[in-house]
Design a protein around this ligand. Structure first.
Ligand SMILES: Cc1cc2nc3c(=O)[nH]c(=O)nc-3n(C[C@H](O)[C@H](O)[C@H](O)COP(=O)(O)OP(=O)(O)OC[C@H]3O[C@@H](n4cnc5c(N)ncnc54)[C@H](O)[C@@H]3O)c2cc1C
Length: 528
């Protein structure tokens, strides 16, 4: 059996960063296991093509169990299955969430994770090409910049938001989150800057770092209460590798809790029912699942100038050439170029609504976009949701997808907040700035005046904004899976460092917060 110092499972947003940091010391042997393949699909690197990766081999293509409060729908859940993980298929928005999120984590028992304590870790991996101040880093590996070629309709959205009475905000990751503006993005030289591009490819040549793609981890090997290695499938063989120091799970929001349960760490009763040996009774594993939802208001555009059709003839060839030669044009767009944050009520300590504007149709993850015509839309996201779900094993077979139940809209407050946000979105899109562009309302089919009809629309058309977190939460209570040092409780030599450890979802997109978790984890692991 090959022995390493560290085995990292999952080369996603967290795993790539962690592999970089742990292999920086050439005396430490590091194995990085990734179930997906290399990141060589061109659609990974063309920012505007991200949704073309959905249901392709780079996507786990999960779905939820029927959602009781969503008309019984099984809802699609994309997750990256490729080097870079979900950071290779995401929309590249660079967002940290609100300062209150991290102070809230600390209050919930995650000592060491308050905003002032995590800020240095955010800055460490950030290469911001625009801001260089107390809030930003410029020497890191992850490129953060403004859109190279913003779409004119995105500017229109900002004018409309002002007409509706909302302030502008240049930097959502600075002193203040509220207001509307352009999102900063992880794009370098016109192409996606995924975790693989930022952290992994530059160090793939290190002799002490082994990266195995197409390697599905089956189980953590646990001996006498200590994680001593990992069993994984590689080139149709079951291989075991041992870890002299630690095994670190970076398999993501669904992968990490699934792997813990497959390894006998979770709710004792559930595990025994599946015939699994129990190594640690941790009932919180798989619980506390949280996500952000998106409901879009969209209009037909009477001007044929949106991103719709930018990848179809006759516009395809000039746009592709512009992308390849000048690194400019619509293909460099991350589609959701701008948006904003609003408090639905002034008493709130922080915004509870986020808005993403698309100068294009974006219906059901792009699967149901009209084939002709042009449109634009403003999506509402409730960023402080109250609904909580869970994840369980479907079977003890590591190839079987887990049963994912986010329990969306189970808390009525989420439905109310979404309705409120959608009305704000419709109001913004009806401002005079959009008069030269706005055609008929496309979605919802009727305006949102009537509560009952509007809520029926929300239950049918709301989808995930792709931010599941929390099913291995850190903390000190009985339902915590890991402690504030991210060590799995009751098992030595094992940590989880990815989106699944968030005790509460942050008020914003989750990629950068996950990288921060990995950066802090690296620091803790190396200090140990
Ligand atoms: C379509 C989409 C759009 C998004 N847009 C944005 C955005 O614009 N901005 C933003 O901030 N966030 C966005 N996100 C969310 C963000 O990308 C994720 O929160 C972040 O990538 C989570 O990082 P992670 O390391 O926890 O998991 P991931 O990045 O998903 O990585 C987990 C890795 O583990 C691997 N893995 C899982 N199980 C195993 C196993 N058993 N064995 C081996 N390998 C395994 C997976 O294949 C994957 O590579 C988006 C996500 C998606 C899917």
């Amino acid at each position: 059996m090959q022995t390493y110092d560290y085995i990292i499972v999952g080369a996603g947003a967290a795993g790539c960063l962690l592999a970089n940091r742990l292999s920086a010391d050439s005396r430490k042997q590091v194995l990085l296991l990734e179930a997906g393949g290399p990141d060589n699909n061109p659609n990974i690197h063309i920012p505007a093509a991200f949704y073309k990766l959905f249901r392709q081999k780079e996507d786990w293509d999960f779905e939820t169990v029927p959602q009781a409060h969503m008309n019984g729908r099984r809802m699609y859940q994309p997750r990256g299955k490729v080097l870079g993980g979900s950071s290779s298929i995401n929309a590249m928005i660079y967002m940290r969430g609100h300062q209150a999120d991290y102070d809230g984590w600390a209050e919930l028992g995650a000592a060491g994770w308050a905003y002032e304590e995590v800020l240095p870790y955010f800055k460490k991996f950030e290469q911001n090409l625009v801001f260089n101040d107390d809030y930003h880093g410029v020497d890191g590996e992850l490129t953060v910049r403004n859109a190279a070629c913003p779409h004119p309709l995105s500017q229109t959205l900002l004018r409309a938001a002002q007409q509706a009475g909302y302030p502008l905000n240049e930097d959502f990751n600075g002193a203040r989150q509220e207001g509307f503006g352009f999102f900063q993005v992880n794009i370098r030289d016109g192409k996606r800057c995924s975790a693989a591009r930022a952290f992994l490819h530059p160090v793939m040549g290190r002799a002490n770092l082994s990266v195995a793609t197409g390697a599905l981890a089956h189980r953590i090997i646990i001996e006498n209460g200590r994680a001593t290695g990992v069993t994984y499938n590689y080139q149709r063989q079951l291989i075991s590798a041992s870890a002299a120091r630690e095994v670190i799970l970076c398999a993501g929001a669904f992968g990490s809790p699934q792997l813990l349960m497959l390894s006998g760490i979770g709710d004792e009763k559930n595990l025994r029912e599946l015939g699994l040996d129990v190594h640690a009774h941790l009932p919180g594993v798989g619980q506390n699942l949280q996500d952000h939802l998106l409901s879009g208001i969209s209009f037909h555009s009477i001007q044929p100038n949106t991103l719709d059709g930018a990848d179809r003839l006759p516009r395809l060839i000039p746009n592709l050439l512009r992308f390849l030669i000048a690194k400019k044009g619509p293909f460099t767009s991350n589609v959701a170029e701008c948006g904003g944050f609003i408090k639905s009520s002034p008493e709130l300590p922080a915004p509870d609504l986020q808005f993403h504007f698309a100068p294009a149709f974006y219906l059901r993850h792009g699967f149901e976009n009209p084939k002709t015509g042009h449109g634009f839309g403003l999506g509402t996201t409730i960023i402080y949701p109250f609904s909580r779900g869970h994840l369980r094993l479907a079977s003890p077979d590591p190839h079987d997808k887990p049963l994912i139940d986010p329990n969306y809209f189970s808390d009525e407050r989420d439905v109310r907040a979404m309705l409120h946000g959608c009305r704000i979105a419709e109001n913004i899109l009806r401002q005079p700035a959009f008069d030269p562009y706005r055609g008929e309302l496309f979605m919802p089919p009727t305006p949102l005046h009537d509560d009952e009809a509007a809520i029926a629309f929300l239950r049918e058309w709301t989808e995930t904004l792709y931010h599941p977190v929390g099913a291995c939460k850190m903390g000190v209570d009985d339902m915590a899976a890991v402690d504030p040092q991210l060590r799995v409780r009751q098992v030595a030599g094992l940590r989880v460092a990815d989106a699944s450890v968030m005790p509460r979802i942050v008020r914003g997109n989750t990629n950068a917060p996950t990288m921060m978790i990995a950066e802090k984890a690296a620091d803790m692991i190396l200090k140990d």
